[in-house]
Design a protein around this ligand. Sequence first.
Ligand code: MSP
Length: 505
Amino acid sequence: MYITTPIYYVTDAPHIGHAYTTVIGDALARFYRLAGQETWYLTGTDEHGLKVARAAAEAGLSPQELVDDISQRYVRVWESLRISNDDFIRTTEERHRIGAKAFLQALYDNGDVYLAPYEGLYCVSCEDYYKEEDLLEGGLCPIHHRPVEHFSEDNYFFRLSKYSERLLAHIEANPEFVYPSTRRNEVIGFINQGLDDLSISRAQLEWGIPIPWDESQVTYVWVEALMNYATAVGYGYDQAQFDRRWPPTHLVGKDILRFHAVIWPAMLMAAGLELPRRVAAHGWLLVGGEKMSKTSLNQIAPDDLLGTFGVDGLRYHLLRDLSFASDGSFSWEGMVERYNADLANDFGNLVNRILNMVEQYRDGTVPARTGAEPVDVGLKNAAGEAVEALAGFADLGFNDALLGVWRLFGAANAYVEETAPWKIAKDPEQGQRLDEVLNGLLEALRVGAILISPVMPEAAAKLWDQLALPGAPDEPPYTETAVFGTFPELTVNRGAPLFPRIEAE
Ligand code: MSP
């Protein structure tokens, strides 16, 4: 599995909208690794183009100084969010320049590029063209509400129009290609309106990759950026790596679906490459009803939340409270509520309670069960269902899958209440029964630690340590490791609570 995020513009510092896509990709990558599949997870930064050149000028920096600074902020924020990317591509890297030039040359050699006068309206914030009729009143960009600019110059064009039929045929034949289906219909509608050829170069810009056959022009930043998915895995310089990784699964926000589901596949067809497995477009994270953006001044940085909720708290919230296909609202209150209910109560308290009982009644060590079947089949079944629920990650159904995993914690909590170990512990004749109950509960925690590991890597590792288990919760394949059996005879060590309750202010 080769999974990608968009490469983020270095004009914006990272905010939780960017974190949303990257956390989704990370959960997916960790899930596939946990399932035992070879996985490659790519993210990076989009560093060329007019928007970046202007932002640098405004900040009194050279473009290189600006991109070096902001790209490092992305690297650091992904580290702090425990993102497990295997690579980080910067479009100012040499490998990208080499690969992009080879890709452009392939389009050219295929006869799909021609020179023609370009005249049109351009939004620099979008780095995208608009037709007059798509603008808001006063000639404003519909996304940024800023004036578009009139451009007129000779450009190279890519014969996008030539690929309409083939694109439609591919989308028809591969229902999974564009996900979810509402977005698929949107893409079909867009192609059916008729595709214009695409200007892929700029004559009056220097901050970009020169067109290989005409160095007086640089590549249009979107065309260059899309190629990162190929250049990062060796296109144009390491064919063996490319063959091993390709094709990708692209995760994108709905705002950039058209680039990924129309322009990019057409470019790949022209270059004779296999199309992505899937282009999955998620909804927006809204703050105060609007998409987070610099112009709306409603950006929230991940750092603003980590102190209160921790890495796992933030990751869990993004995956549990939003549904992939739709827009969702971020609110502090909602996040506190979810954290306290699911993490502090259902999960954290359960861990604490079980380990506490094991220490109190058994000095930290419970013997392994000798019989084949667990005493309580209900708990075993709940664990089996939770394992099945996790498979929903492959279909990007994170919230439902997590709900399914949390049913195991619900079942374990109910089991504690039903069996009331504090009562059994008083009866010396029920010593074996107490062992069996505690063993089942420890086993439920062991399975739980494995299942939460793609979303909450820190809590999973801490719980694993508290349970004194050898190895790590994320050792594949979970379909074998998470089978409910008997918990081995180990001396557990209860640590600090995993998710201390947050008191609402
Ligand atoms: N540089 C281009 C992408 C090139 S990919 C070949 C770009 N960059 S961006 O910095 O604007 O980031 C876009 C992506 O960030 C969106 O597609 C989405 O994945 C994510 N998000 C940015 N703000 C977001 C929200 N408010 N909500 C959800 N995702 C958001 O476009």
